[in-house]
Design a protein around this ligand. Structure first.
Ligand SMILES: *[C@@H]1O[C@H](CO)[C@@H](O)[C@H](O)[C@H]1NC(C)=O
Ligand SMILES: *[C@@H]1O[C@H](CO)[C@@H](O)[C@H](O)[C@H]1NC(C)=O
Ligand SMILES: *[C@@H]1O[C@H](CO)[C@@H](O)[C@H](O)[C@H]1NC(C)=O
Ligand SMILES: *[C@@H]1O[C@H](CO)[C@@H](O)[C@H](O)[C@H]1NC(C)=O
Ligand SMILES: CC(=O)N[C@H]1CO[C@H](CO)[C@@H](O)[C@@H]1O
Length: 698
């Protein structure tokens, strides 16, 4: 029994997905930030802002990715520019960490249309590249010959971890000519080049020309092939029979397991061009950890006590339906027994009660739909202590039974949630398991989620200053609780405005533990979420997460910092801000205003002057301090709470955002690498990660 309890604790956490659903808004906002799927037949300035990571002088304009400045602002110099545009989501390129020559690397096909435009009097330069890299950022000083790939100090370093196919329009000492393609590994000095003139191809001719390019990689034979063909205005090019370049290369030797796909480009001195990608279709082979393994491991690690759960799962999984009725009854009693033994278990409801409360799960009561269930609004009528009739508003999540994954979510959700109690966490009121139907009952949050109030409200009834401060204080205390006051550290992983629900008094309640994990189980799942196609929420994700793939208490503080800036500025951290012809992320923008001594300009204009100046400055500085690129420099939740409550002064923030450094942390985290992650169960926007370590039960 000790063991089974341990296992349940170890069994990690699921989802308050309900929150997302019962705020239609939350869902809508999340939709907006969701990366669009391939292929890109046209790039959209607005909706694709979050789909890609832009750096330096790159943008989307005229339906195309522009790696370097386009002709929009003729007065802007096009000289000496470089940029990268990387697809927001990293891909996992191989599975096992253990190196083995036979190991399979992900195959991919990347097809894109480029137009390297120049005016007649321009001398084309320098080049464009299709890029697979661990780093989404463009190196400093990577203009000119460095193609946005390297610079004079990094060129050729193995730590660059990139492989690129260049389309080079300027000759350097190491180049064959000013019109060639090349295979570049960690360097602009290509490993292999192919001159295009003999093949009748000119990358940047005087008459604007589109070229279709195919970069295909077979992760088994390790063969990389590049094809290229001119498009005519009337007919798209067909793929030639023979590649221009063919090379055997094990990408694993150069790249990182989690890498990004995208493009880089540069212009030089007097040699300039527009580096445009007009369309892009990318298909990458996906590796998913095998889900069935989890049951095996639990059996090995935990043994007999969970047999009943396994049986239940077997039924849910649709195994052994022959004697359905009887079995269901047996399994029911098993699961009920388990659930009722959980300490502090919330109230058990009768199915009939919930059916009545939701008007027989009537369509009009429906709040939203998740990957594995529908959420209904309901009201419970009961007699209270004084024997007077009263009613309580609830939200009921009804799991769809034919969804084989429902059970995992249910168990995981219950085991963690029932142990987390805090006035700023959304409360689980109860549960019901009857007739093979699973239901969870939550407090109803009449005011929906914070993002609704920030972005959907008209300016008259947007959140007032008092509410904003109260919300931030509430979220900070919930975070502090998760990190310090609960007996096991819990990382929320997914702090964002759409996960902060509001009760009738505008008290914040943190919901959606969809990504939460207990700290001692920490490993890798962040990256897996990303890789498995659950979009990260850009702007809220700490930079180190892209390297470690791990969420930590510090990365939650980073997410909190993003929420602080979001709520004070009334702007989404995922959306770029155009200010005096420059694009900024929310953090960079506030930091710039801070440096220039006018940080108060960041405060949401819709508040007019109806806010407390000193409080706003304090919160903005706190937001910046939490956004520190180096995790260990961010304040702890205790300090965060004290700063908000005013018992500690505002943090001092340097005028320039410090650079993100990575090396020291990589080693700090490597010690956890032995913990095994077994399974990731992906359900549209909701994810349950489960991880078991055998040691916990020995
Ligand atoms: C890439 O294309 C080839 C042939 O066109 C196809 O066999 C292969 O499955 C594709 N690979 C991916 C990852 O889509
Ligand atoms: C090269 O790029 C790196 C990373 O951006 C930067 O730290 C370094 O200072 C750059 N070197 C030069 C010479 O600009
Ligand atoms: C290049 O492709 C774009 C997008 O498909 C199209 O609008 C444009 O007309 C093409 N230009 C040429 C010269 O083929
Ligand atoms: C581009 O760089 C070159 C060499 O560093 C310099 O001479 C030139 O003035 C620069 N051009 C611009 C517009 O900055
Ligand atoms: C011919 C050539 O340049 N080979 C290089 C290819 O890339 C690897 C890795 O950077 C180098 O070690 C080779 O020398």
């Amino acid at each position: 029994m000790r063991c089974s309890k341990r296992m349940l604790i170890t069994f990690l956490v699921a989802s308050f997905a309900i929150m997302l659903h019962y705020a239609a808004i939350g869902a809508a906002a999340a939709e907006g930030a969701k990366p669009k799927d391939f292929p890109f037949l046209i790039f959209d300035e607005k909706t694709d802002q979050n789909t890609f990571h832009f750096t330096q002088h790159s943008s989307i304009d005229k339906g195309a990715l522009q790696l370097t400045p386009d002709s929009l602002n003729p007065q802007d110099s096009k000289e000496n520019k470089s940029g990268r545009i990387m697809y927001q989501r990293p891909y996992r390129l191989w599975l096992s960490d253990i190196y083995n020559d036979d190991d399979v690397v992900a195959s991919f096909n990347s097809t894109f249309l480029i137009n390297v435009y120049r005016e007649k009097d321009w001398d084309a330069g320098e080049g464009l590249a299709f890029l697979i890299a661990s780093d989404i950022h463009v190196p400093e000083q990577s203009q000119g010959q460095w193609l946005g790939l390297t610079n004079s100090s990094t060129d050729g370093k193995a730590t660059n971890h990139f492989v690129a196919v260049e389309f080079d329009t300027e000759k350097q000492d190491f180049d064959p000519d000013a019109n060639h393609i090349g295979l570049n590994i960690n360097s602009v000095k290509s490993n292999k080049t192919v001159s295009l003139k003999p093949l009748g191809i000119e990358i940047s001719p005087e008459t604007p020309t589109n070229y279709s390019v195919w970069v295909d990689y077979n992760g088994r034979s390790k063969v990389l092939e590049v094809y290229m063909a001119k498009d005519s205005l009337t007919n798209p090019a067909t793929k030639p029979l023979t590649p221009l370049l063919r090379e055997t290369i094990n990408l694993r030797e150069y790249l990182k397991k989690e890498s990004y796909f995208g493009f880089a480009g540069s212009t030089g001195t007097s040699a300039v061009q527009l580096n445009c990608v007009l369309k892009w279709d990318l298909k990458v082979e996906e590796f998913h950890p095998r889900k069935d393994l989890i049951w095996l491991k639990i059996a090995v690690g935990v043994g007999v006590p969970v047999t009943s759960l396994l049986l239940v799962s077997a039924v849910w999984l649709g195994v052994g339906y022959s004697n359905k009725r009887k079995r269901t009854r047996i399994e029911e009693s098993n699961v009920l027994r388990k659930l009722k033994r959980l300490p502090g278990m919330p109230r058990e409801f009768k199915y009939k009660e919930l059916k009545e409360a939701t008007n027989n799960f009537h369509e009009s009561m429906r709040l939203g739909q998740g990957g594995f269930g529908i959420v209904y609004r309901g009201s419970l009528h009961h007699k209270d202590h004084a024997n007077t009739n009263s009613s309580a508003e609830i939200a009921v999540k009804k799991f769809s039974r034919d969804n084989i994954k429902g059970k995992d979510d249910f168990m995981a959700e219950l085991t963690i949630i029932h142990r987390l109690r805090h006035k700023h966490l959304v409360r689980l009121v109860g549960w019901c398991y009857e007739k093979g139907k699973l239901l969870l009952v939550y407090d109803f949050m009449p005011n929906g989620s914070v993002d609704k109030h920030l972005y959907e409200a008209s300016s008259q009834n947007t959140l007032n200053w008092k509410h904003r401060c109260k919300i931030l204080a509430g979220v900070a205390s919930a975070l502090h609780y998760l990190q310090n006051e609960y007996d096991q550290k819990v990382v929320h992983r997914d702090l964002k405005a759409s996960n902060i629900m509001l009760d009738s008094d505008f008290n914040a309640r943190l919901g959606d533990f969809g990504l939460a994990r207990a700290l001692d189980q920490e490993r890798n799942s962040y990256a897996e979420l990303e890789l498995a196609g659950v979009p990260g929420t850009m702007g809220y994700v700490a930079p180190e997460c892209f390297h470690t793939g791990k969420a930590t208490p510090e990365s939650d503080v980073f997410g909190f910092g993003a929420v602080v800036l979001e709520i004070v500025c009334g702007r989404s951290p995922g959306i770029k801000i155009l200010h005096e012809h420059q694009q900024y992320s929310l953090i960079d923008w506030v930091w710039m205003l801070h440096r220039e001594g006018r940080i108060e300009e960041a405060v949401d204009e819709r508040l007019k002057n109806d806010y407390v100046f000193d409080e706003a400055i304090k919160l903005l500085l706190l937001g910046l301090a939490c956004s520190h690129p180096i995790a260990s420099e961010r304040p702890q939740t205790q300090a965060v709470c004290q700063i908000i409550s005013g018992t500690m002064p505002a943090p001092s923030v340097p005028p320039f955002k410090p650079a993100f450094t990575w090396s020291s942390m990589a080693t700090a985290y490597s010690s956890t690498e032995t913990v095994s992650t077994l399974s990731n169960i992906i359900l549209s926007s909701i994810t349950v990660s489960s991880s078991i370590t055998e040691e916990h039960c020995m």
